[in-house]
Design a protein around this ligand. Structure first.
Ligand SMILES: Cc1ncc(COP(=O)(O)O)c(C=O)c1O
Length: 426
C-alpha cells in the first residue's frame, strides 16, 4: 500500500475512534455508578436522557423524578443522603403516580371509561385528591373529593382550580360513618346507583388506603427508578406511611433486588406504626386518655401517620401476605426498623433545609429527612440512604409554614443553624 493511502486510512481510523469515544465516553462518565469512592456528583451534571424526554400529555410528566443529594445532611453524617424529588411531579406529589395507577387499573377492568360523565370519588387529606382531580381533567372525568376541614387552605383552593367538587367534613375516627373515607365511599355508591356503565357514566371510589393499585404504582415506578438512579448502591430506604403505598411498593421492589437493604419507617408523633414495627402492637402514646388534641393522628404533619394496617401496608407487615412476595418463604422482614419523629424535629428540619439548601419542603418530607439523618447516625459514616421529598412547602403556607399556627401548637419556629437538635455534627 502506498504511503498516502496508508496515511489516509490511519487518519480515517483515528477520526472514527475519536468519534466513537466522543459519543460513548460522556455517557459512560454520566452513568458512572454512585460508588463509595466516587460519590461527589458535580453540581452541574448536564442533562440525562430522561431530563430531555418528550412526553404526551400531563400523564407523561408523572414519575421519573430526579434523585437529589442533600449536601448538608450528607456532610453532617458522613453518609450520602439522597432524596427523590417527588414534589416535581405535575400534581406536586408522589400521589400522581398512585392516582394514575388507580384510574388506569379501573379503566383496564372496564370500571371506568374516559370522557364519560363518570365521577372519581376519594377521601383524602389532600394530595391524592389533587392528583385525581388533575387526572380527571386530562381524561374527561368529574371529580368529588371529601377531606377533613382542618387541612392547609392551599389544598382546598387547588382542588377547586382543578374543577373538583370539594366536600369538607369534621375530622373523626375511621370507625365513624362521617370519616372522610366513609363519606367518599357512600357518595360514590349513590352516584353509581344513578348511572349505568353501558350508558357510559358511573361513580368510582378510588379508595387509596385499600386499593392495591396504590402500592403497585410504587413497585412499578418509584422502586425501579431509585434502583436505576443509585445503580443499586444504597444501604437504606427511609419513608413514612400515610396509606403505606410508598413504603410498601418501594420497599418490596428494592428488597427483592437487594435483600440486605434496610427499610426504615419514618413515623410522626401520634401515629401507632412506630410501635407496630418496634413491638408488634399498634400504639401511640398520644392515644392515652386525656393527652389527645386531635382526631386521627395527633400531629401537625399532614399526610403521614396512621393507626391501622391498611391493605397496602399489610403487603409488608402482615406475615402471610408479606411472605407471598417472597415466593411464600418466610424471610427477613420487609420493614427493618422505625424512627419516631416529633413535630418539633420536623419543623426544625424544614427550616434548616430551606436555610441551608434552599429546599422548601412540606411536613412529610421533613419527617423523612429527620428519619434519614437518624438512620445515617445509626448506620455510621460511609453509607448511602435514600428518602422521599413528598411535597413542597408551597402547599403548606397556611399551616406547617405558618408561624402563628405553629406557636399556637407550642412549637418553636426559629431556624436552626445546625443539626444539633438531632445530635448530628453540622
Ligand atoms: C404529602 C404526603 N406525603 C406523604 C404521604 C404518604 O404516602 P403514602 O400514602 O404512600 O404512605 C401522603 C399521603 O397522603 C401525603 O399526602
Amino acid at each position: 500500500m502506498s504511503r498516502p493511502v496508508t496515511l489516509t486510512l490511519t487518519l480515517l481510523a483515528g477520526l472514527a475512534l475519536g468519534y466513537a469515544l466522543g459519543v460513548t465516553l460522556p455517557s459512560v462518565i454520566w452513568r458512572r455508578p454512585l460508588t463509595k469512592r466516587s460519590r461527589r456528583p458535580s453540581t452541574l451534571g448536564g442533562p440525562s436522557p430522561t431530563d430531555l424526554r418528550v412526553v404526551n400529555g400531563v400523564a407523561g410528566l408523572i414519575g421519573n423524578t430526579p434523585l437529589v443529594r442533600i449536601p448538608s445532611l450528607s456532610e453532617a453524617t458522613g453518609c450520602e443522603i439522597y432524596a427523590k424529588a417527588e414534589f416535581l411531579n405535575p400534581g406536586g406529589s408522589p400521589k400522581d403516580r398512585v392516582a394514575l395507577s388507580m384510574v388506569e387499573t379501573a379503566e383496564a377492568h372496564g370500571e371506568l371509561r374516559p370522557h364519560t360523565a363518570s365521577c372519581l370519588f376519594e377521601g383524602t387529606v389532600g394530595s391524592t385528591g389533587i392528583s385525581l382531580a388533575m387526572i380527571a381533567r386530562a381524561k374527561g372525568y368529574l371529580c368529588h373529593i371529601v377531606l377533613p376541614d382542618d387541612q392547609a387552605a392551599e389544598k382546598y383552593a387547588l382542588l377547586e382550580k382543578f374543577c373538583a367538587e370539594v366536600e369538607k367534613v369534621r375530622p373523626v375516627s375511621i370507625v365513624n360513618q362521617d370519616h372522610f373515607v366513609n363519606v367518599a365511599r357512600r357518595r360514590a355508591c349513590v352516584y353509581d346507583g344513578q348511572g349505568d356503565l353501558d350508558g357510559g357514566h358511573r361513580g368510582y371510589f378510588a379508595d387509596q388506603f385499600d386499593n392495591l393499585a396504590n402500592y403497585r404504582a410504587h413497585y412499578q415506578s418509584t422502586g425501579p427508578e431509585i434502583w436505576t438512579q443509585t445503580h443499586g448502591n444504597l444501604d437504606a430506604f427511609v419513608s413514612g406511611a400515610g396509606t403505606g403505598g410508598t413504603l410498601a411498593g418501594t420497599a418490596l421492589y428494592l428488597k427483592q433486588h437487594h435483600p440486605s437493604l434496610r427499610v426504615v419507617l419514618a413515623d410522626p408523633q401520634g401515629s401507632g406504626l412506630f410501635h407496630r414495627i418496634k413491638h408488634g402492637v399498634m400504639y401511640a402514646p398520644e392515644e392515652a386518655e386525656g393527652t389527645r388534641r386531635r382526631h386521627q393522628v395527633d400531629t401537625v404533619v399532614e399526610g403521614m401517620g396512621i393507626n391501622r394496617v391498611t391493605r397496602n401496608l399489610a403487603q409488608v407487615l402482615v406475615p402471610g401476605l408479606a411472605h407471598s412476595h417472597n415466593g411464600g418463604v418466610p424471610g427477613t422482614p420487609w420493614v427493618d426498623d422505625a424512627v419516631r419523629v416529633t413535630d418539633q424535629e420536623a419543623v426544625w428540619m424544614a427550616r434548616y433545609l430551606v436555610n441551608r439548601e434552599g429546599l422548601f419542603i412540606g411536613s412529610t418530607a421533613a419527617v423523612n429527612c429527620v428519619a434519614a439523618v437518624r438512620t445515617a447516625l445509626t448506620l455510621g459514616p460511609g453509607h448511602t440512604i435514600v428518602t422521599i421529598l413528598c411535597d413542597s412547602g408551597q402547599r403548606h403556607l397556611t399551616k406547617f409554614w405558618n408561624d402563628d399556627y405553629l406557636r399556637a401548637q407550642g412549637l418553636d419556629v426559629t431556624f436552626p443553624d445546625d443539626l444539633d437538635f438531632l445530635g448530628a455534627d453540622a
